[in-house]
Design a binder for this molecule. Structure first.
Ligand SMILES: NC(=O)c1ccc[n+]([C@@H]2O[C@H](COP(=O)([O-])OP(=O)(O)OC[C@H]3O[C@@H](n4cnc5c(N)ncnc54)[C@H](O)[C@@H]3O)[C@@H](O)[C@H]2O)c1
Length: 297
């Protein structure tokens, strides 16, 4: 049996993927005074992330939750880079596209350019650690650390141990989430973990209803919101990212042996093919003006 290594001291966290989730996670890390490297392959995404984080911090200042001085310090702790070689630290929190192959390739590269104690945490919504850690030299240092959207606000975090994850690695991921003031639940290493698996029928049945005709997506949203759901399924898919939501559905569908109830919807597939990815692209089920990102129809 392998000896349990000592806990590492976290000084520098690399957050990979500067999209919806990476931005929020980077802000959370920097708020804990961690030196934070936000890495993305797209420079444009990094610029958007810098603006998004600045805007979010300013909103907190305006609401009296944060001083101007602290907001400036948080921003200064984040380094933005599109160079993989600069992504060096004590831990990775990965939030890139929801597909196994690019995540595995990134983990391999990160494992090679970081020390033996380096922790690889994935914010995947659905892909088991058993899959993501394939081909790595140190699969025991891979753990799921699944935040919810928006990461700075939503309290829940799922921590997922793969078959080889060391208890000390899962514990360090959990400790970090606690430091961020999150509520942690340990989830089994199965497709979609807990929340995304339970939530799948909400999207799948709504998309089936829409395809059947007779109801517009606005009607379904309005009805669901009127009975107490915070967001209707279509507004929620736009918030998550229609592409990401489809990737999660596809991954859970395939991971569970293709049960009909989780079959991806042609309506959603068409939207993704057309580039209508939701709020982040300005168009999904609804349209969003570039200035404020709010719902228009
Ligand atoms: N959107 C949500 O509501 C949500 C919630 C929880 C978890 N997640 C998970 O978080 C991850 C990211 O989702 P998101 O919504 O932030 O996606 P996103 O589309 O907003 O951003 C993804 C970012 O990753 C970058 N990227 C793609 N490939 C890369 C690579 N090989 N190396 C570095 N950067 C790369 C892209 O340029 C993009 O900026 C996914 O695994 C998703 O399932 C998403």
């Amino acid at each position: 049996m392998q000896a349990e290594p000592m806990s590492i001291t976290l000084n520098t966290v690399v957050v990979a993927g500067a999209g919806i989730m990476g931005q929020g996670i980077a802000q959370l890390c920097a708020t804990l005074s961690l030196h934070t490297i936000l890495y993305d392959v797209h420079e444009e995404g990094l610029n958007k992330a810098r603006q998004g984080i600045a805007q979010n911090l300013q909103q907190n200042v305006a609401k009296g939750r944060l001083s101007e001085e602290d907001a400036a310090k948080i921003q200064q702790r984040i380094v933005y880079t599109h160079r993989l070689k600069d992504a060096v630290g004590d831990m990775l929190i990965e939030a890139i596209v929801e597909q196994a192959a690019p995540k595995q390739a990134l983990f391999l590269a990160m494992e090679q350019q970081n020390g033996p104690q380096f922790i690889i945490a994935s914010n995947t919504s659905s892909i088991p650690m058993e899959v993501l850690s394939k081909g790595l030299s140190r699969p025991e240092r891979v753990v799921g650390l699944h935040f919810f959207n928006p990461a700075t606000i939503m309290k829940l975090v799922e921590v997922i141990s793969g078959p080889q994850t060391l208890p000390s690695v899962a514990q360090q991921a959990e400790d970090l989430a606690h430091r961020m003031n999150k509520i942690v639940v340990r989830a089994q290493d199965a497709p979609g973990f807990i929340v995304n698996r339970v939530a799948r029928p909400y999207y799948a049945e709504s998309l089936r209803l829409l395809s059947a005709g007779g109801l517009a997506h606005q009607d379904i949203d309005r009805l669901m919101e009127s009975i107490g759901f915070r967001m209707g399924p279509f507004r929620l898919m736009d918030l998550i990212g229609v592409d990401t939501n489809l990737s999660v559905t596809t991954s859970i569908y395939q991971g569970l042996g293709c049960p009909a109830r989780f079959e991806p919807s042609p309506v959603q597939q068409r939207l993704v093919q057309e580039g209508h990815h939701g709020r982040k692209s300005g168009q999904g089920f609804y349209s969003y003006p570039p200035q404020d990102g709010s719902k228009t129809n």
